[in-house]
Design a protein around this ligand. Sequence first.
Ligand code: G16
Ligand code: MG
Length: 221
Amino acid sequence: MKGAIFDLDGVITDTAKFHFEAWSQLAKEQFGLELPAEFEAQLKGISRTDSLVKILEFGDILDQYDEEQIAQLAEKKNGYYLKAIDTLTKDDILPGITDLIAQLKAHDVKLSIASASKNAPAILKKLGLYEKFDAIADPSKVANGKPAPDIFLAGAKAVDLDPRDCVGVEDAVSGVAAIKAANMTAVAVGDPKELSQADAVVNTTADFSYELFEKTWEKAK
Ligand code: G16
Ligand code: MG
């Protein structure tokens, strides 16, 4: 294993609740819509524009908005979101992640981010983790979102590695599918039934370790 390519939301920190709060505020203000709680999980790993399209479809109002209006609304949501994540500190790093990063670096494993979020660099800076990563793949430069492999392939390429030498780390079903489509070993956190496509699944990020990654990679390659 030469590289570990990380998803951000749900793996390094839990920003899903802030995304959901920002979308809920926008939906209520702009469309008078109340978003059901299930939306928080459904929007995980989905790009900003695709998330808004899902919400407009839910309200059966997608045909009332053109591309420019959709872009403006997405920008408005991002304003709410940025305000919410301004409070992030290193205390918001998920359990075990700081230690995992140190273990991987001690074994010369390259670290890269494969997140759908255009805010990934800002979030990593808030968490004090920005300098720890060798690269952050730019989601605005890839053609297809997860479950397509594009962002994980970009993450491996950014650190000059063959995807087969990398472990991808995810919490979402679409993300695990993206890792497997990229020919990487998948380590996931969450429900083993939902994430059955992954090569290893743990209950909590505290269970991640260099040994788990290395062993899973050895077995899956
Ligand atoms: C994250 C979130 C998604 C969000 C997306 C884009 O994905 O899970 O809910 O819509 O990023 O975020 P932004 O609006 O900040 O560009 P990931 O891939 O980190 O799990
Ligand atoms: Mg995620």
